[in-house]
Design a protein around this ligand. Structure first.
Ligand code: SF4
Length: 274
């Protein structure tokens, strides 16, 4: 089996910056996984990080880290009113999506968020819209022809977002502030290039990353959309359980929260399996 490294892949600036901030700390609380990767989280647990999903579970006066995925304003207010010291590792691109959504809501526009409603980032953006809306309640969609604002979660499939915006434009006057970040788009485009580059034999894409990472899952979805087989592995054990026997060329990529050390280790293992 021939191996091809797909470029760019792996850690983005936002995740790197969040990890750098966290590595200055020990024995603190962290609201949600700092980034969606179990290896990173486990390394931080070794530094005394305690991960919780609710700000109410952080004791008053403690230091709390906000993950790269951002938080709604209500969480910031709670932390402040309970005397917590906040270390904010929100990625600037997530913060930009928050700001765009808030600006739409402040102008009185109903806002549509294109994203996974259960993803912590989308919930944060939704909280931002509610906080900036009259009585704290997001405005409903207007009648056809009305004006709306649209933002997306940063880790969406960029092509899907474009299609959904086109669909909304058939009914509404749309103001669109893209949320899909450059790192996400560049990694998806690189997978598309690999998939369309042809070549001999059966091709497939291996995405190294956690299934909890939306960014990594999207890379596998993009490969599948292109009609190329896609595998995911978040650990060496998972990698070893995959049957590559019918693959001639394997493109290897990784999600924006996957450490490069795992990418290198996985490539070495693949070479020994190939
Ligand atoms: S994938 Fe994009 S939005 Fe998410 S942390 Fe990286 S740069 Fe920020």
């Amino acid at each position: 089996m021939k191996l091809e490294t797909i470029e760019p892949h792996g850690l983005c600036a936002g995740v790197n910056a969040a990890i750098d901030k966290a590595m200055m700390l020990r024995d603190v609380w962290c609201l949600h996984a700092l980034v969606h990767n179990e290896m990173v989280v486990s390394g931080l647990e070794d530094r005394g990080f305690r991960f919780v999903e609710r700000i109410e579970d952080v004791p008053d006066g403690e230091t709390v880290v906000f993950s790269a995925h951002g938080v709604p304003p209500s969480v910031r207010e709670y932390a402040e009113s309970h005397g917590m010291r906040v270390v904010d590792a929100t990625c600037p691109f997530v913060a930009r999506a928050h700001a765009a959504a808030r600006a739409f809501a402040e102008r009185g526009l109903p806002v549509v968020v294109l994203g996974d409603p259960d993803h912590v980032e989308t919930r944060g953006i939704a909280g931002e819209i509610a906080a900036a809306s009259p009585d704290g309640v997001a405005l409903p969609l207007p009648p056809p022809g009305g004006r709306i604002g649209v933002v997306s979660q940063t880790s969406m499939n960029a092509d899907d977002v474009a299609r959904q915006v086109d669909e909304l434009r058939k009914t509404y006057e749309v103001e669109f502030a893209s949320g899909v970040c450059r790192a996400t788009k560049d990694r998806q485009d690189a997978v598309r290039r690999f998939c369309s580059s042809g070549g001999e034999g059966r091709r497939a894409v291996l995405v190294l990353g956690s299934r909890t990472s939306a960014n990594a899952r999207r890379l596998a979805e993009v490969a599948a959309e292109c009609g190329v087989g896609a595998f995911m592995a978040g650990t060496l054990g998972e990698l070893e359980s995959i049957d590559f026997s019918r693959i001639d060329t394997l493109g290897v990529t990784s999600g924006a929260s996957t450490p490069e050390s795992f990418f290198t280790e996985a490539l070495d293992r693949l070479r020994s399996m190939a």
